[in-house]
Design a protein around this ligand. Structure first.
Ligand code: ADP
Ligand code: ZN
Ligand code: ZN
Length: 867
């Protein structure tokens, strides 16, 4: 058949065979290919970084993204090996500065660009089925009907020649469709048949119908600029409206008894409720309700109904609050920067409950009104539902997009594409949302700026979302607001260096005092013969709280039952066979399904699990001692002391998925439990007014951490926890148990004097050239072979020492946790002054230097922990 014959004709750009010296390195959409591939750029094609391309790979054409353009090929070999780009699928879908940001990220974090791009972009972006083809308005008219005969007669089509003719015509306006190649003509006719669809036709559909012709046909038409390719954008959910019934006047003798009854029911609902709800409550129909409306007793109005978190979780619409003078002053400065389109960085310092979020909301309103978008970065997803509720309540569902890693791939992709629409919107997300492709950004907000979850540990790039947000603010000329009750050393230092504007909200809204913090010395408890993990004071406080029917939060540093288990006779400690850590005891009664039914020991690094042995493997003694105080142990202890207490455990064991968070917090908020017992996750933004008591079971785990940031982190965490108490009508109080009450962080927290403490911290770091006064880069090496990793680490350190660089090299040394998941870990720490900027090797260079398949390397620029 003629069609088949034609398939073998390769349609290439004219001049595609001629040597050409422009090359593009691309990321291809193909699992398993992690290197950039190089293609030749056809002579008369213009490619920009960030363009979505179609490139030949094997005998297919795959999607690709243009990442680097150069005049010389990376491949030193013969030029003929390099294939040409087949087509530019879509151009300019990213905001202009987007690639600058990604390239800078890759460079700064010493990570290959391809890996950085994969972090920033959602999966499936390059899948060509997401693209639609549209006929350009200036393209020629469809072939006239008299053309039909000619086609069926099978007369030879002018192939190459025809393409030449077509190409010689300007913008294709006067071009003759008959001068196309067969492939292009088929595609063109197909497109004409469907031209009434204003959205165009999906690429996938054309492929289905025309098979292999599609690629070359599309390429040719694109070349002629008769068609364009656009990324298919999902539909933004439209706001949903519901009817509400509002009472206007009280029942009187004008009404029938039945009508009066309905009015009374409405009064009981606060004079306002959903129409459907009134039907149910009053067992009435629309005619009756309409009669009441006609008589002027009620009004029926439309109101936007808000959908949240996929579930039917409704919030009531909320309005601007009248700001306090402090809020007003802070907002004014931010608004000036927004309207001037300058890019200052603000430090919004305010205790929890001081009204920072209200300032964000009111700063964002004019941004949206001006048709621009706002990016709101938050630490953890545990907090997002609550915060998201407030944004949705203020701006409506349709304006707010939530973006985080717990979304499914599909949800992520759809949300991501919604950002490309260019519509004014608010994106609330965790650290990776800093890469949100918003094209018309007006403001960036980072809430709880000090939080460690803004830093990515792995995989590389180990980026800090705050660092990238700072660049982004500069690149796009938008203000950045960094909010915190406990600003990080970095942000405090930047302010002291005159790099940011300080905005303060010193008081809680309503001037509610911060709850008093009492430090309980656990050494006294031990002396007094109280061996419980709960001090007498804390026990009394819980009893009083229960008596007053109030609610409380108990904070525990670790999840699980206890940190480790040891034999009372011989001191044997159960350790993970794969990692250099002790195993944690976990109780059999646990709400998560996939756990052993009996008591077990688990490694929190590699998840190794062992049924708790009946006797000590070393000496056979049946007596074990449990150290530490995980959530489970506290739970048991509480149940023993207060048999009727209702508890909710909130840790990463009980909140594996996104809905669990909301569920547990909603239950607690609804008063279904007296005490919320949980870990770190409790510290973030939890705003539950009924909470009057906050207890910290043991502050010591936080304080005695072998890291130079331990003090800062402990103080921040403890103050965040304290901030959960007394946010409502009733006053709150905080009890912190510790064996080291004299620790400076403890003292600072107790008096709410973090400034002074941070000042001392900064001085100490200055002396040691630690961040933020110094800069650090951590190089990790790991291997299953302890000798291989040691050798590589030492050789690498030796090599680095030889380089002419103004840096200190610490190591190579075994990592603090020397073995994880059967891999031995070594590290090298580079320390230098921030203004020095030595030539730190990139990940690729390190891999070449180490040059051992048995040893894995990673590089962490500005590490937050050195474990
Ligand atoms: P933060 O973000 O600093 O923790 P929020 O903005 O959440 O503080 O404010 C704490 C509480 O006070 C919230 O319930 C909020 O609705 C309320 N609030 C904030 N600003 C005002 C204001 N100006 N007037 C009245 N209530 C306010
Ligand atoms: Zn023993
Ligand atoms: Zn382990």
């Amino acid at each position: 058949m003629e069609l088949l014959d034609l398939m073998s004709v390769s349609v290439d750009y004219v001049g595609g065979d001629r040597p050409n010296n422009r090359y593009v390195s691309v990321l291809v959409d193909c699992i398993g290919i992690d290197d950039l591939l190089t293609y030749r750029i056809p002579e008369d094609v213009d490619i920009q970084i960030g363009d979505i391309l179609s490139v030949p790979l094997g005998n297919r054409h795959v999607g690709a993204i243009a990442l680097q353009i150069s005049d010389t090929s990376q491949i030193a070999d013969t030029e003929t090996e390099i294939k040409s780009v087949s087509a530019v699928v879509s151009s300019g879908i990213f905001p202009k500065t987007y690639w600058e940001m990604l390239i800078h990220t890759a460079d700064y974090y010493r990570t290959p660009l391809i890996q950085t791009v994969k972090t920033a972009l959602p999966p499936k972006l390059l899948d060509q089925s997401h693209y639609r083809i549209k006929i350009k308005t200036l393209s020629p008219q469809p072939p006239l009907s008299e053309g039909e005969g000619e086609k069926e007669s099978g007369s030879p089509l002018p192939l190459r020649e025809g393409l030449g003719v077509a190409l010689s015509l300007s913008k294709g306006v006067r071009a003759d469709p008959h001068a196309l190649t067969k492939a292009a003509q088929m595609v063109w006719e197909f497109l004409q048949e469907h031209k009434n669809n204003p959205k165009g036709i999906s690429r996938r559909y054309i492929y289905q119908k025309l098979g292999r012709y599609t690629s070359s046909g599309l390429k040719e038409l694109q070349k002629l600029e008769w068609i364009e390719t656009v990324l298919e954008l999902p539909h933004r959910p439209q706001p949903k409206y519901e009817d509400v019934v509002i009472s206007l006047k009280a029942a009187d003798s004008e009404l029938t008894e039945r009508q009066a009854e309905i009015l009374t029911i409405l009064q009981h609902q606060g004079g306002e409720c959903l129409k459907t709800q009134l039907y149910k409550l009053a067992k009435t129909t629309s005619t009756t309700v309409q009669t009441l409306a006609n008589k002027g007793y009620i009004a029926i109005a439309k109101r936007e109904s808000l959908r949240l978190g996929g579930k039917s979780h409704t919030v009531t619409r909320d309005r601007h609050k009248d700001l306090t003078p402090d809020q007003e002053a802070a907002l004014r400065q931010i608004l000036i920067a927004i309207s001037d389109q300058t890019a200052p960085h603000f430090l919004l310092h305010g205790v929890t409950g001081s009204g920072k979020t209200e300032v964000y909301l009111q700063a964002i309103a004019p941004v949206l009104a001006a048709g621009k978008s706002a990016l709101v970065l938050v630490p953890e997803i545990g907090l997002t539902p609550q915060l998201t509720d407030r944004f949705r309540a203020r701006f409506g569902d349709a304006k707010v997009n939530v973006y985080h890693s717990q979304l499914s791939d599909g949800e992520r992709f759809d949300t991501w594409r919604l950002m490309l629409t260019g519509e004014a919107q608010i994106v609330i997300g965790t650290r990776s949302a800093v890469f949100a492709p918003l094209s018309n950004l007006g403001l960036i907000v980072m809430d709880e700026e000090h939080d460690n979850s803004f830093k990515q540990d792995q995989p590389q790039p180990c980026y800090h979302a705050r660092t990238i947000a700072e660049w982004r603010s500069q690149l796009e000329n938008v203000p950045l607001v960094l909010g915190s009750a406990t600003p990080s050393a970095e942000v405090i230092y930047a302010h002291q260096e005159g790099k940011s504007i300080y905005l303060e909200l010193p008081n809680r809204i309503g001037n509610k005092a911060m709850p008093p913090i009492e430090v309980v010395d656990m050494r006294d408890e031990f002396k007094a013969g109280n061996y419980s993990i709960l001090s007498r004071k804390l026990q009394t406080a819980i009893a009083e709280m229960l008596e007053a029917k109030q609610q409380g939060i108990l904070f525990i540093h670790r999840r699980g039952y206890s940190t480790f288990v040891s034999c009372r006779s011989c001191g044997y400690v159960a350790e993970c066979p794969n990692c250099d850590v002790s195993l944690s005891y976990h109780d059999p009664i646990s709400p998560t399904a996939h756990q052993p039914k009996s008591a077990h020991l688990r490694c929190h690094y590699c998840n190794f699990t062992l049924i708790q042995p009946k006797a000590c493997p070393e000496c056979g003694s049946p007596y074990f001692k449990h150290f530490g105080s995980g959530t489970q142990k506290v739970e048991q202890e509480l149940a023993k002391l207060f048999p009727n207490i209702r508890l909710i455990r909130f840790d990463s064991d009980t909140t594996r998925n996104k809905d669990q968070h909301r569920l547990l917090i909603d239950q607690f908020r609804a008063g279904e439990a007296d005490l919320l017992v949980g870990t770190q996750m409790l510290t973030k933004g939890l705003d539950i007014p009924q909470v009057t008591l906050v207890g910290v079971v043991s502050a010591d785990g936080l304080l005695n951490f072998s890291d130079y940031r331990a003090g800062e982190r402990a103080a921040q965490t403890l103050l965040q926890v304290a901030g959960r108490a007394g946010r409502g009508e009733e006053d709150g109080k905080v009890l912190m148990q510790t064996y080291t009450p004299e620790h400076p962080a403890m003292q600072a927290v107790q008096s709410y004097q973090l400034e002074e403490f941070m000042q001392t911290e900064l001085e100490m770091r200055e002396a040691l050239r630690y961040p933020p006064m110094g800069q650090m880069v951590l190089i990790h090496l790991s291997s299953e072979s302890d000798t291989a990793v040691e050798k590589s680490a030492n050789e690498l350190a030796e090599y680095l020492r030889q380089l002419e660089n103004d840096w200190d090299i610490l190591g190579a040394t075994p990592a603090t946790i020397a073995k994880v998941a059967n891999r031995y870990r070594w590290q090298i720490l580079l320390k230098f002054a921030p203004e020095v900027l030595p030539n730190v090797p990139s990940l690729e260079e390190l891999r070449m230097l180490v040059n051992s398949k048995a040893v894995r390397v990673a590089i962490d620029v500005d590490p937050l922990t050195i474990l």
